[in-house]
Design a protein around this ligand. Structure first.
Ligand SMILES: [Zn+2]
Length: 193
Protein backbone atom coordinates (compact mmCIF):
# COMPACT_ATOMS: atom_id res chain seq x y z
CA UNK A 1 0.00 0.00 0.00
CA UNK A 2 1.21 3.56 -0.63
CA UNK A 3 2.80 5.27 2.38
CA UNK A 4 0.18 8.01 2.38
CA UNK A 5 -2.68 5.56 2.14
CA UNK A 6 -1.24 3.61 5.05
CA UNK A 7 -0.85 6.81 7.13
CA UNK A 8 -4.41 7.90 6.38
CA UNK A 9 -5.90 4.56 7.37
CA UNK A 10 -3.81 4.41 10.56
CA UNK A 11 -4.94 7.92 11.53
CA UNK A 12 -8.53 7.02 10.73
CA UNK A 13 -8.45 3.91 12.91
CA UNK A 14 -7.33 6.05 15.87
CA UNK A 15 -10.02 8.66 15.11
CA UNK A 16 -12.80 6.10 14.83
CA UNK A 17 -11.64 4.40 18.05
CA UNK A 18 -12.55 7.53 20.04
CA UNK A 19 -15.53 8.63 17.94
CA UNK A 20 -18.01 8.32 20.81
CA UNK A 21 -21.09 10.56 20.77
CA UNK A 22 -20.20 12.10 17.42
CA UNK A 23 -21.96 9.16 15.81
CA UNK A 24 -25.26 10.68 16.94
CA UNK A 25 -24.82 14.10 15.31
CA UNK A 26 -27.71 15.45 13.24
CA UNK A 27 -27.20 16.26 9.56
CA UNK A 28 -28.05 20.01 9.70
CA UNK A 29 -25.10 22.12 10.96
CA UNK A 30 -25.72 22.84 14.66
CA UNK A 31 -24.31 26.38 14.52
CA UNK A 32 -26.15 27.17 11.31
CA UNK A 33 -23.46 28.78 9.21
CA UNK A 34 -21.34 28.01 6.17
CA UNK A 35 -17.82 28.93 5.07
CA UNK A 36 -16.67 29.10 1.44
CA UNK A 37 -12.89 29.01 1.31
CA UNK A 38 -9.81 27.86 -0.61
CA UNK A 39 -8.51 24.30 -0.71
CA UNK A 40 -5.01 25.55 0.26
CA UNK A 41 -3.42 23.00 2.60
CA UNK A 42 -2.33 25.74 5.04
CA UNK A 43 -5.94 26.62 5.82
CA UNK A 44 -7.69 24.50 8.44
CA UNK A 45 -11.14 26.03 8.86
CA UNK A 46 -12.00 23.69 11.75
CA UNK A 47 -9.08 25.21 13.65
CA UNK A 48 -9.03 28.84 12.50
CA UNK A 49 -12.81 29.18 12.93
CA UNK A 50 -13.24 26.91 15.94
CA UNK A 51 -15.40 24.19 14.41
CA UNK A 52 -16.24 20.80 15.83
CA UNK A 53 -17.88 17.97 13.90
CA UNK A 54 -21.48 18.88 13.13
CA UNK A 55 -21.03 22.65 13.58
CA UNK A 56 -20.96 24.17 10.10
CA UNK A 57 -20.68 23.59 6.35
CA UNK A 58 -17.25 24.17 4.82
CA UNK A 59 -17.24 24.41 1.02
CA UNK A 60 -13.81 24.43 -0.55
CA UNK A 61 -12.38 24.85 -4.03
CA UNK A 62 -9.29 26.40 -5.64
CA UNK A 63 -9.39 30.03 -4.47
CA UNK A 64 -12.60 29.73 -2.45
CA UNK A 65 -14.35 31.22 -5.48
CA UNK A 66 -18.10 31.62 -5.89
CA UNK A 67 -18.28 29.21 -8.80
CA UNK A 68 -21.58 27.79 -9.98
CA UNK A 69 -20.81 24.66 -8.01
CA UNK A 70 -19.96 26.59 -4.82
CA UNK A 71 -23.30 28.40 -5.15
CA UNK A 72 -25.02 25.05 -5.68
CA UNK A 73 -23.66 23.91 -2.31
CA UNK A 74 -24.56 27.18 -0.56
CA UNK A 75 -28.13 27.02 -1.84
CA UNK A 76 -28.47 23.46 -0.52
CA UNK A 77 -26.84 24.59 2.74
CA UNK A 78 -29.61 27.13 3.32
CA UNK A 79 -32.60 25.66 1.53
CA UNK A 80 -32.36 22.12 2.87
CA UNK A 81 -30.04 22.34 5.86
CA UNK A 82 -30.87 25.68 7.40
CA UNK A 83 -27.65 27.70 7.55
CA UNK A 84 -28.32 31.38 8.23
CA UNK A 85 -24.97 33.16 7.79
CA UNK A 86 -22.24 32.67 5.21
CA UNK A 87 -18.53 33.55 5.11
CA UNK A 88 -16.43 33.96 1.96
CA UNK A 89 -12.77 33.57 3.00
CA UNK A 90 -9.91 33.99 0.54
CA UNK A 91 -6.31 34.13 1.75
CA UNK A 92 -2.91 35.77 1.32
CA UNK A 93 -0.33 34.03 -0.89
CA UNK A 94 -3.07 32.15 -2.78
CA UNK A 95 -1.86 30.02 -5.67
CA UNK A 96 -4.70 31.41 -7.75
CA UNK A 97 -2.80 34.73 -7.88
CA UNK A 98 0.16 33.07 -9.63
CA UNK A 99 -1.38 32.41 -13.05
CA UNK A 100 -3.99 33.51 -15.57
CA UNK A 101 -6.42 31.53 -17.68
CA UNK A 102 -4.03 31.87 -20.61
CA UNK A 103 -1.04 30.59 -18.63
CA UNK A 104 -2.99 27.55 -17.43
CA UNK A 105 -4.35 26.84 -20.90
CA UNK A 106 -0.89 27.06 -22.48
CA UNK A 107 0.61 24.79 -19.80
CA UNK A 108 -2.09 22.15 -20.24
CA UNK A 109 -1.82 22.35 -24.01
CA UNK A 110 1.87 21.35 -23.80
CA UNK A 111 1.81 18.82 -20.92
CA UNK A 112 -0.50 17.30 -18.31
CA UNK A 113 2.39 16.71 -15.88
CA UNK A 114 2.99 18.89 -12.83
CA UNK A 115 4.44 22.27 -13.82
CA UNK A 116 7.09 24.18 -11.90
CA UNK A 117 6.92 27.73 -10.48
CA UNK A 118 10.08 29.76 -10.95
CA UNK A 119 11.02 33.43 -10.71
CA UNK A 120 9.48 34.11 -14.11
CA UNK A 121 6.26 32.18 -13.58
CA UNK A 122 5.00 28.69 -14.36
CA UNK A 123 6.93 26.46 -16.76
CA UNK A 124 6.22 22.97 -17.99
CA UNK A 125 9.00 20.56 -17.06
CA UNK A 126 7.19 17.32 -17.93
CA UNK A 127 6.68 15.76 -21.35
CA UNK A 128 3.61 15.99 -23.55
CA UNK A 129 1.17 15.31 -24.89
CA UNK A 130 -1.07 17.97 -23.42
CA UNK A 131 -4.65 18.83 -24.24
CA UNK A 132 -6.56 21.87 -25.57
CA UNK A 133 -9.47 21.11 -23.17
CA UNK A 134 -8.16 23.78 -20.76
CA UNK A 135 -9.57 26.38 -23.16
CA UNK A 136 -13.07 25.43 -22.08
CA UNK A 137 -12.55 25.89 -18.34
CA UNK A 138 -12.86 29.22 -16.55
CA UNK A 139 -10.06 28.79 -14.02
CA UNK A 140 -11.35 31.62 -11.79
CA UNK A 141 -7.90 32.99 -11.09
CA UNK A 142 -7.34 35.92 -8.72
CA UNK A 143 -5.74 39.21 -9.82
CA UNK A 144 -6.53 41.27 -6.71
CA UNK A 145 -7.30 39.57 -3.43
CA UNK A 146 -9.69 42.14 -1.91
CA UNK A 147 -11.43 42.50 -5.26
CA UNK A 148 -11.93 38.75 -5.55
CA UNK A 149 -13.66 38.68 -2.15
CA UNK A 150 -15.86 41.63 -3.16
CA UNK A 151 -16.66 40.02 -6.53
CA UNK A 152 -17.59 36.67 -4.96
CA UNK A 153 -19.73 38.14 -2.18
CA UNK A 154 -21.47 40.29 -4.81
CA UNK A 155 -22.08 37.30 -7.07
CA UNK A 156 -23.61 35.27 -4.22
CA UNK A 157 -25.61 38.27 -2.94
CA UNK A 158 -27.13 38.94 -6.34
CA UNK A 159 -27.79 35.30 -7.26
CA UNK A 160 -31.50 34.66 -7.86
CA UNK A 161 -31.48 31.47 -5.74
CA UNK A 162 -29.98 33.19 -2.68
CA UNK A 163 -32.49 34.82 -0.31
CA UNK A 164 -31.83 38.36 0.82
CA UNK A 165 -31.95 37.65 4.55
CA UNK A 166 -28.66 35.73 4.68
CA UNK A 167 -25.72 37.97 5.64
CA UNK A 168 -22.53 37.17 3.68
CA UNK A 169 -19.27 38.23 5.31
CA UNK A 170 -16.04 38.77 3.36
CA UNK A 171 -12.65 37.94 4.90
CA UNK A 172 -9.01 37.35 3.96
CA UNK A 173 -7.11 34.78 6.02
CA UNK A 174 -3.47 35.75 6.58
CA UNK A 175 -1.29 32.64 6.14
CA UNK A 176 1.56 34.32 8.04
CA UNK A 177 -0.46 35.03 11.21
CA UNK A 178 -3.52 32.75 11.11
CA UNK A 179 -5.68 35.88 11.46
CA UNK A 180 -8.94 36.62 9.61
CA UNK A 181 -9.08 40.19 8.31
CA UNK A 182 -12.41 41.58 7.18
CA UNK A 183 -12.93 43.00 3.69
CA UNK A 184 -15.36 45.68 4.83
CA UNK A 185 -16.54 46.54 1.31
CA UNK A 186 -17.48 42.89 0.73
CA UNK A 187 -19.33 42.52 4.03
CA UNK A 188 -21.23 45.72 3.23
CA UNK A 189 -22.29 44.34 -0.16
CA UNK A 190 -23.21 41.07 1.54
CA UNK A 191 -25.34 42.48 4.33
CA UNK A 192 -28.83 41.10 4.74
CA UNK A 193 -31.57 43.10 3.06
ZN1 LIG B 1 -5.68 29.57 -2.19
Amino acid sequence: MSKIRDEVLTANAAYAASFGERGKLAMPPARRFAILTCMDARLQPAKFAGLAEGDAHVIRNAGGRASDDAIRSLVISYKLLGTREWFVIHHTNCGMETFTDQVMRDLLRSSLKTASLGGDGWKDVGPGPGSPEGEFVDWLTIRDLEQSVVDDVRRIRSHPLVPQEIPIYGYIYDVTSGRLNEVAAATEIGRAR
